[in-house]
Ligand binder design. Structure first.
Ligand SMILES: [Cu+2]
Length: 324
């Protein structure tokens, strides 16, 4: 009975230990084809209590022009080799470069974490959806781990004992749109007003006007009036209404401004009230963010960050609808 209990306990501890022990992971989980990638290898544990003294990273095919970041207390060494093909880079072409980076001579205690960083360009030959594996060899004063297993088709990386750190290739637009969405997701408070999701439609080069949209809630007990808006690439920013007139959608300036009553939420959106920027000196591009202002009678001039959705988008997320 006693031996059975200890056997079960032993098995349990063994499982816990293998799941929680020395992990090497990449801090940044995604990159776009053609972008630069900051590979931050995090070493989360040592080897069964022993400190880590050497970290060697294999640079996979398609990460071009890799350069290590020096690390105080550690000696860095690189191995160069030929790439499988010639790549187009920011600086021309490259057919060879750094294929491995090793930091050694330092000592990272088992109960501490540290980061080993390299920069590289992601080849534009990667397809979005692909996973890039970056094998890491971790050596300690005693023992070591080879974080180099790559899941086979249909296999979950979590089922592997020593999965190689990895990141995913995502489309360039998706990444910037996500960043833009994060930048404008938090409501801006201006006195009693809460200003949410300011966004613009991207315009083709040479366009004369650009539409802007935003949702404004008045949480106070006094009405306020939106009287105008400004962005750096337009001479003027006015408020327009849109209405059916004789079967045709027509827009018209709202010269008295748009009043937001206490407790009311007013949404400027395609097909309805909107900000109309005219006298364009530039064209906002999808995925960018644009710093601008909204002007209110009471709240004054309020800085906001507009995200830019694709040409003709009907929502800040970019769904397509008829042209304005
Ligand atoms: Cu308009």
């Amino acid at each position: 009975m006693k031996s059975l209990v200890s056997a079960v306990l032993g098995l349990g501890l063994g499982l816990v230990a293998s799941a929680a022990q020395a992990h090497a992971v990449l801090e940044r989980k995604q990159a776009s084809p053609g972008s630069s990638y900051r590979g931050v290898v995090q070493i989360m544990h040592g080897c069964s209590g022993k400190p880590t003294t050497r970290v060697s990273v294999t640079i996979p095919e398609g990460l071009i022009g890799a350069k290590p970041m020096p690390k105080p207390g550690w000696t860095v060494a690189t191995t160069r080799g030929a790439y499988a093909r010639t790549y187009t880079t920011h600086h021309g072409t490259a057919s060879e470069g750094v294929t491995a980076i090793t930091w050694s001579g330092g000592s990272l205690p088992d109960d501490a974490v540290d980061e080993f960083t390299f920069l590289a360009q992601v080849a534009d030959t990667f397809e979005p959806g692909a996973t890039v594996y970056v094998p890491v060899q971790q050596d300690c004063t005693e023992g070591g781990y080879s974080w180099s297993e790559i899941p086979k088709a249909g296999q979950d990386a979590h089922d592997l004992k020593a999965a190689a750190p990895a990141f995913r290739i995502v489309p360039a637009a998706a990444q910037t749109t996500a960043a833009a969405a994060t930048a404008t997701a938090t409501p801006v408070k201006a006195g009693d007003l809460s200003i949410e999701t300011p966004w613009l439609r991207a315009t083709p080069n040479g366009a004369k006007v650009a539409g802007g949209y935003v949702r404004i809630t008045n949480t106070g007990s006094t009405p306020d009036t939106l009287t105008g808006a400004a962005v750096p690439f337009a001479k003027t920013g006015d408020i327009h209404s849109m209405a059916m007139e004789g079967g045709v959608m027509k827009m018209a300036p709202v010269s008295e401004g748009l009043t937001i009553k206490p407790g009311e939420t007013v949404e400027l959106k395609p097909g309805g009230y909107h900000l109309m920027f005219e006298g364009l000196t530039g064209a906002p591009k999808a995925g960018e963010t644009v710093s601008g202002t909204l002007t209110f009678q009471r709240a004054g001039t309020v800085p906001v960050t507009f995200s830019v959705a694709p040409i003709g988008a009907s929502t800040p997320g970019g769904q397509h609808q008829h042209q304005h």
